[in-house]
Design a protein around this ligand. Structure first.
Ligand SMILES: [Zn+2]
Length: 444
């Protein structure tokens, strides 16, 4: 097989009701065709050329209070440097329904929608026939940032974002969260389901796999050791950078998972319950992890150009688990259930953003409109959030007018398990109508 030629077609209808479809034509191996969303854009999409890239860097479980303590205590000099050149606020994730749940929140960050609208309400779903399976790509009912960016002719990368398997068609690449077998098994075991994963469908385009290389079969350590968790996140960043070297993009979403595991398994080393004897030589694994993660951030920052924007977001903080010993899973030292864990980290930096300031609290739904604005693309009136104006320099607050709505449909007859030959037919029709730009995406 191989030599799969992907062509992107951008079909633009009447200005009052733009319908933009990103269509893939795949030469062979139809059974393994990736899912493909068609974004329907209502209203005129006004765009502006983006000078640099936008990197949305997701760090699971990074609470803003804890991060402030790390910066003030001198544990994380790179974060301290970033605070000086960034707008530092917080993110309210309560509207995603309490208690904070990672897949639900990360899907809300990516789609700008409430869980009922985007459909990823948990880790696993119960099918009509009673089977329990992990949520997957085509369960998502609302277009994500990567779909809108693709539909408007810009390039996008998605790396390790939760619930992105099978990797879907984008104008760029997707390394799904199940490319790393360890996380795939982890997610499956959390919901007591089998791991369904075909490595060829974990990356789009699959021709990227030899270029990013295999994930080195890392396993979470039996005893929480910060260095081993650090290796897991480093591997994700390495893959992201390898992908970006092959396929440069305008917008990249990169998601880091290991700190959530650190907090679940080692929170007592940081915040023991009164009278509790803590094992592990008094090492605060949580702090040690963040000291190491600071180097990962430094590595990411070293790849940024002056025109790029960086947006760091998280999904929740952590608290000690008071029920431990009452039959609760023994590794769950830390949990995120109460209201104060529903405030997450938000940091923005780049040429249009205020520097060295504290800003207020944004809604979890503001991330998508803000990222789109930074990428030179409009938000939509059917999104509950708005561009987070407070983060922008006063002279940078003239935002693009939103379109009426962004919605999506999955290609007809396509599901995660089965693809049809509809893509080829659609491609042929568009080509015959002259809508297909054989050279690739057009500049909007
Ligand atoms: Zn989380």
């Amino acid at each position: 097989m191989s030599s799969v030629t992907n062509r992107i077609a951008v079909w633009v209808g009447a200005a009052s009701a733009l319908l933009v479809a990103v269509v893939l034509g795949s030469g062979c191996d139809r059974s393994a065709q990736p899912p493909m969303a068609t974004v329907v854009i209502k209203g005129e999409a006004t765009t502006r050329p983006a000078k640099g890239r936008v990197i949305l860097f997701g760090v699971d479980a990074l609470g803003p209070g804890l991060l402030d303590e790390m910066v003030e205590g001198g544990h994380t000099p790179t974060f301290a440097r970033l605070y000086e050149m960034a707008a530092v606020g917080t993110l309210d994730v309560r509207p995603t329904v309490m208690p904070p749940l990672s897949p639900r929140i990360w899907a809300s960050i990516a789609t700008g929608q409430i869980p009922r609208e985007h459909g990823i309400v948990d880790w696993a779903d119960i099918l009509p026939d009673g089977r329990v399976v992990l949520f997957s790509t085509s369960d998502r009912k609302a277009p994500a940032i990567w779909n809108v960016v693709s539909a408007l002719g810009r390039r996008v990368a998605v790396v390790n974002w939760l619930m992105t398997y099978p990797a879907e068609v984008v104008n760029g690449f997707v390394i799904s969260d199940r490319y790393d077998l360890m996380w795939a098994e982890r997610e499956a075991s959390q919901s007591n389901v089998e791991t369904r994963r075909d490595v060829g469908r974990a990356v789009y385009p699959s021709s990227l796999i030899p270029r990013i290389g295999k994930v080195k079969g890392l396993k979470p350590p039996a005893v929480p050791i910060a260095a081993e968790y650090e290796a897991i996140d480093r591997e994700i960043l390495r893959m992201a950078m390898a992908g970006l070297r092959e396929i440069p993009v305008d917008v990249a979403l990169i998601y880091m998972r290991a700190f959530d595991e650190v907090c679940h398994t080692a929170w007592y080393s940081h915040e023991p319950l009164p009278g509790m004897k803590v094992e592990g030589n008094g090492v605060d694994v949580v702090v040690e992890y963040l000291e190491r993660f600071d180097w990962i951030l430094a590595e990411l920052l070293s790849t940024l150009e002056p025109e790029d924007h960086l947006v760091i977001v998280s999904d929740h903080g952590f608290e000690p688990n008071p029920r431990l010993g009452d039959g609760e899973a023994p590794h769950l030292q830390g949990i995120h259930e109460s209201d104060h864990t529903a405030t997450a980290t938000l940091i923005l930096a780049g040429p249009r953003i205020q520097k060295g300031v504290r800003i207020g609290m944004a809604s979890v739904f503001d991330v998508m409109p803000t990222v789109l604005e930074l990428a030179g693309l409009p938000s939509a009136r059917n999104l509950p959030g708005k561009v987070f104006a407070e983060a922008f320099l006063p002279e940078e607050r003239e935002f693009l007018p939103p379109v009426e709505s962004y919605t999506q449909t999955w290609s007809e007859g396509q599901s995660d398990d089965e693809a049809t030959e509809a893509d080829a037919a659609i491609m042929e029709r568009l080509r015959s109508l002259g809508y297909i730009d054989e050279k690739g995406p057009r500049d909007p």
